[in-house]
Design a protein around this ligand. Structure first.
Ligand SMILES: NC(=O)c1ccc[n+]([C@@H]2O[C@H](COP(=O)([O-])OP(=O)(O)OC[C@H]3O[C@@H](n4cnc5c(N)ncnc54)[C@H](O)[C@@H]3O)[C@@H](O)[C@H]2O)c1
Length: 365
């Protein structure tokens, strides 16, 4: 007898069980009668936004990168389904040292009108039983964990005396990139922006001044934004390079965030040739990261990639070694970022009885 049918029949163990009832009774009903139900929590973005700061994500993501660097995770590369108008990515991971596992499903539909371009959900799984502990909003977590990864990369790869950051693209990811950067590089005092959407760029500059108290200026070209920057962060949706090698001065660190699908690139491949390139994961980066086009065109090979971020976080390879070298972090986004962040959030929320009581739950099983 399967575990499923056993649960149903035992649940109806009042002598009146019939095969009809066994079929119509849900597993949850049956387990409820036995006092065996377990709740799956449904955790929305609002409660997550209010309870966690970027600093929480930065420390969680740094630890996750260390586990990844020690090879202590099961994480196949993300899988893509390609639709006419977008794609769906499926990102599973098991992290034994955190006793956690889960899957993020995330779409990218650039033509969406009344829905966001990117929407994500995370299912958090108990590795001991396979039970779905929580179904969580993954859109906010994606934003925060991507920012945090950029912050961690800048901590290891940028110059400690970096003062000026250039943001190319001032949309959703740019805000969380800057927030995390200011945690790991608090000496940043000036931000230079460039975006095709003038209004968005000016609004972003106002927010930087008000929220972070920094000098923020809007440039009228990518060149003007990046040419004096110590740290450059690219978060655009472009598919061909907009940052030229000639504009990047020695000693610059670049967080290349925007390219996360096949055929996308933001940087002149000549920058990749000049720089110490750190990726997050070879399979993902060569398929869909900043390096993917250069790899496909034979301009760079795996041998020319300096390290992955796990090797840097565990000091298996030295991070920045000179004040002159140019460094690039190519981020595609790893499932370990999503699930380590989701686990931190779930555990903290559920450990507080008052918060726990305020979260919706459902008994699937
Ligand atoms: N690496 C990762 O882990 C990761 C995670 C999430 C999103 N992303 C990618 O990051 C990119 C940005 O995502 P988002 O949510 O911030 O999008 P968004 O639409 O909020 O912002 C993108 C910004 O880029 C600007 N832009 C487009 N073309 C430009 C150009 N030629 N020059 C200057 N600015 C330009 C747009 O005007 C917009 O403000 C997307 O490509 C997304 O797929 C990567």
């Amino acid at each position: 007898m399967s575990r499923l049918s056993l649960a149903v029949v035992v649940g109806a163990g009042d002598g009146r069980a019939t095969s009809d009832r066994a079929f119509t009774e849900t597993i949850a009903d049956s387990r409820k009668k036995q006092g065996m139900t377990q709740s799956t929590y449904i955790i929305g973005a609002d409660i997550i936004k209010n309870a966690f700061s970027m600093a929480d994500y930065v420390s969680t993501i740094e630890k996750a990168f260390e586990l990844y660097g020690r090879g202590q995770v099961q994480m196949p590369p993300k899988m893509y389904l390609t639709f006419d108008k977008g794609d769906l990515r499926c990102m599973p991971v098991y992290i034994p040292a955190m006793n956690t596992a889960g899957v993020k499903n995330v779409n990218v539909h650039p033509a969406n009108d009344n829905l966001p371009t990117v929407m994500a959900t995370i299912t958090l799984i108990d590795p001991d039983t396979g039970f779905p502990l929580a179904i969580m909003d993954g859109t906010h977590i994606t934003r925060m964990r991507t920012g945090a990864a950029g912050g961690v990369a800048a901590k290891y790869l940028s110059r400690a005396d970096s003062k000026t950051a250039a943001l190319v693209g001032t949309g959703t990811q740019a805000a969380s990139q800057l927030e995390a950067l200011l945690i790991t590089r608090p000496a940043i005092s000036k931000v230079v922006l460039f975006d095709l959407r003038q209004e968005s760029m000016e609004h972003f500059a106002d927010t930087v001044r008000q929220t972070h108290g920094l000098e923020a200026t809007c440039a009228n070209s990518v060149k003007k934004a990046v040419k004096n920057a110590d740290i450059v962060i690219t978060t655009t949706t472009v598919r061909s390079p907009i940052v030229k090698s000639d504009w990047i001065k020695p000693g610059t660190h670049i967080n290349a965030i925007g390219a996360d699908a096949k055929g996308k690139q933001e940087l002149d491949p000549a920058i990749l040739k000049r720089a110490k390139v750190v990726i997050d994961n070879w399979e993902q980066a060569s398929h869909s990261g900043e390096i993917n086009v250069a790899v496909a065109e034979g301009l760079i090979t795996q041998k020319e990639i300096y390290a992955d971020i796990g090797e840097i976080a565990t000091a298996k390879k030295p991070a920045r070694q000179t004040a002159e070298e140019i460094t690039v972090f190519d981020s595609t986004g790893l499932a370990i970022q999503d699930i380590s962040a989701a686990t931190m959030i779930y555990r903290k929320l559920i450990s507080d009885p008052k918060t726990k009581a305020s979260i919706k739950s459902f008994e699937f099983f």
